[in-house]
Design a binder for this molecule. Structure first.
Ligand code: NAD
Ligand code: ZN
Length: 353
């Protein structure tokens, strides 16, 4: 679990006060990994507290994080700092938060990032890392994974050293998220709940968090009675609770299939999950019906026919990635899943998308 969390509109202003005691010495800087969408946004950048050799590295979130990108960032940080940094601060959405987690792990663990994709392979504690989400839904701010695309697969570094040491939840930072992106990333949270609550791994711990996040999503995306500020505050908490729910269970069919789309076609997590979930009524009937209602309510039109020109080899690659995520299928369909979900069946589903 994340041991320290601050919640409140404007709490981003407390960043300096929070990290200053964690500075090891003047030669050990803080490195801020910041979404480059904020590059000329003085409302945010002037509040990033830089002293000594601290630096900001702006990173585009147009593509999801890669293991090679983490290796490059770590090498750059090692070469340009006098000492191992005091900490890494990630400011952005799931993409930047995952990069911050991964970089903080790889600064203290030898070798290449790709070798740590999997479960509990990290040997040494990461350096101090802080997460500051600027868009809500993924739960990356609370989870014990950092999802990375490597040379052969898209898979997280799941470990006890992955969670942030500190998170700052300031919903005001999400105020300029474009509408469609607000929906896609918000639906990631809704889909986490659907997959967790309908999974075989469910226990009461996951269920209580999942139910809270589920109800918040309905309030935000369906009921339409909230002010913008209330929506921003509530989606930030929904994201957190949804993340807590899957931390103690697992995701399911939508995530397994969306990882395939992402690996082959580079389709991003939020929109990819939406494209997939739209066709999963067989597995999540009640939630898919709700999802369709939310889509209408929020004037969202999803891309169609994204798999219409793919070759058999392409389908095989996506199916390989999806079926490789065994714990997700096990959670979604039970230990008999290999009989229920075949390559043929997956191909039929992908062809609808
Ligand atoms: P993102 O970080 O990819 O950002 C989506 C878009 O929103 C980008 O264009 C970004 O620049 C923009 N954006 C972010 N904040 C903004 C703001 N305040 N104003 C304007 N624009 C803003 O989006 P995401 O959906 O949060 O993250 C997706 C990533 O999260 C994927 O890489 C996925 O694998 C990962 N993920 C991780 C976990 C986990 O537990 N670690 C869980 C789910 C998803
Ligand atoms: Zn997700």
């Amino acid at each position: 679990m994340v041991p320290r969390v601050v919640f409140g509109r404007g709490s981003f202003n407390q960043l300096s006060e929070i990290i200053t005691p964690k500075r090891l010495n003047p030669d050990a800087p803080f490195i801020f990994l910041v979404d480059d969408v904020f590059k000329n946004n003085t409302w945010i950048t002037t509040r990033i507290p830089l002293s000594y050799d601290d630096k900001i590295i702006y990173i585009s979130a147009n593509e999801e994080p890669k293991t090679s990108q983490v290796d490059d960032l770590v090498e750059d940080i090692i070469l340009t700092t006098k000492e191992r940094p005091s900490g890494i601060v990630g400011i952005g959405g799931g993409t930047l938060l995952d990069l911050a987690k991964a970089v903080s792990i790889m600064l203290t663990n030898e070798g290449e990032t790709k070798d740590y994709q999997g479960w509990d392979l990290v040997k040494n504690p990461a350096i101090y890392h802080v997460g500051i989400p600027t868009i809500s839904g993924t739960g990356a701010e609370v989870s014990r994974t950092t999802v990375l695309t490597g040379p052969t697969r898209k898979l997280g570094i799941n470990s006890d050293f992955t969670p942030f040491d500190q998170v700052i939840l300031d919903s005001e930072l999400t105020k300029d998220v474009p509408n469609h992106q607000w929906f896609y990333t918000g639906m990631d949270c809704f889909i986490h709940c659907a997959e967790s609550l309908n999974g075989t791994y469910l226990n009461t711990f996951s269920e209580t968090y999942g139910n809270m996040a589920y109800d918040l999503c309905k309030e935000i995306f369906l009921d339409n009675t909230l002010s913008e500020v209330e929506s921003q505050e509530k989606l930030m908490m929904a994201s957190w609770h949804g993340g807590m729910s899957i931390a103690y269970s697992q995701v399911g069919v939508a995530h397994a299939m969306s990882y395939g789309l992402s690996y082959l076609l580079g389709i991003k997590h939020g929109i990819g999950n939406c494209i997939v979930f739209d066709h999963l009524e067989e597995f999540y009937p009640k939630e898919v019906a709700l999802f369709k209602a939310m889509k209408t309510k929020n004037n969202i039109v999803l891309p169609q026919g994204i798999c219409s020109n793919l070759s058999d080899e392409d389908f095989d690659i996506m199916i390989g990635v999806a079926l490789g995520l065994e714990p997700l299928w096990d959670n979604a369909l039970g230990n008999n899943w290999k009989k229920l979900m075949t390559a043929k069946k997956l191909k039929e589903l992908y062809k609808k998308m």
